[in-house]
Design a protein around this ligand. Structure first.
Ligand SMILES: Nc1ncnc2c1ncn2[C@@H]1O[C@H](COP(=O)(O)OP(=O)(O)OP(=O)(O)O)[C@@H](O)[C@H]1O
Length: 323
């Protein structure tokens, strides 16, 4: 499959079904999304909406027995057609990941410096000395103070924010084209969270990275992304440019997420959430998955799944109101 010049990531009609329990669970259901070179797309939605599963599919990081349907290309590679070895080569060198909990992604018994060096040496023919010099430059790039000394630290000797900076340094070590970020700031304090978001945005611009950024926080999505894709129960329900989504949300679910955020910003004493809960993915209702919680639902919503259709210049929305 060839990549057109203006897409770095192309996900086409992706469905992912897990077969672990008694009933198969379709965690992702017909998702199509593309990311241009140098573009940041946020996948936004509540826990369990399929954001991480969508993102992890790009490196086929699912347990054995998981059914993946559809097609995906990343930097011109047909992901479903890659061998395990080719996937390994893609990971780290072309596509890097940053996770919510860096401690789980790092090895506690090696220093941060040696882990970065190993990452570089796994993908490139390079001496340890040259790899060490690159590790130092990376630590300085992500603005870790006393970088030389910090490289000799073990993960447990670093704060959460500094550890996430180390992870970002490691993710950039082999000059990837794509960064996949799964809630990388969720576990951090608010002020550290902002610093890390700004750092990611700055490095993304400098390196021209394409980024998929998973978050449940519409404020974080607005801060970091060019475009937002809102997911609900395994589908994209709305997708468009950040400014359009924030100024003129169309889907009642997006409006709900934005409403919750506005309430928070006005210092109300509790987090206002959308009443109700997402459906059980193993027993999906017919029709629009959001209908049972939707203040605007009509009878038709309970029988037919709305298609994701163009609404306005650059927005797509899956709601009968705009069909
Ligand atoms: N390996 C797995 N086996 C079975 N079910 C899974 C597996 N991974 C994810 N799921 C299920 O798929 C659904 C979507 O999960 P996913 O992690 O993508 O959600 P999410 O939107 O990223 O939410 P979160 O913020 O909680 O990560 C969930 O119901 C989850 O339980």
């Amino acid at each position: 499959m060839t990549m057109s010049a203006d897409t770095m990531i192309d996900i086409c009609n992706l469905s992912v079904t897990f077969n672990r329990g008694r009933k198969p669970v379709k965690a992702v259901n017909g998702v199509s999304l593309s990311v241009r070179p140098g573009e940041v797309v946020a996948l936004l939605g509540e826990s369990g909406s399929g954001k991480s599963v969508t993102m992890r599919s790009l490196l086929r990081l699912h347990p054995k027995g998981t059914k993946i349907e559809g097609s995906m290309t990343v930097a011109g590679r047909d992901v479903m057609g890659l061998s395990a070895g080719e996937l390994g080569a893609l990971r780290g060198a072309v596509v890097s990941m940053v996770f919510q909990e860096p401690r789980l992604a790092l090895d506690p018994v090696y220093t941060l410096g040696s882990q970065i060096e190993e990452t570089i040496m796994r993908h490139e023919k390079i001496s340890r000395k040259a790899a060490a010099a690159r590790a130092l430059a990376l630590f300085q790039k992500v603005r870790i103070p006393s970088a030389e000394r910090r490289l000799r630290n073990y993960p447990h000797e670093m704060s959460g924010g500094m550890l996430q900076r180390s992870m970002i340094a490691m993710a950039l070590a082999c000059n990837p084209k794509v960064l996949l970020a799964d809630e990388p700031t969720t576990a951090l304090d608010a002020t550290v969270q902002i610093q890390i978001l700004l750092l990611i945005r700055e490095l993304q611009k400098e390196y021209g990275l394409s980024v998929i950024f998973v978050t449940h926080d519409i404020g974080v999505a607005a801060e970091v992304a060019d475009r937002i894709a809102v997911m609900y129960a395994g589908r994209i329900v709305e997708e468009g440019r950040v400014a359009d989504i924030i100024r003129d949300p169309r889907h009642p679910y997006t409006k709900g997420l934005l409403g919750a955020r506005v309430e928070l910003a006005h210092g109300r004493d509790r987090l206002v959430t959308i009443p109700g809960a997402p459906p059980d993915l193993a027993a999906m209702p017919p029709g629009c998955a959001f209908a049972p919680r939707c203040p605007q639902a009509s009878e038709g919503c309970l029988s037919e799944v709305p298609a994701l259709l163009a609404a306005g210049e650059a927005t797509r929305v899956a709601c009968v109101q705009y069909a």
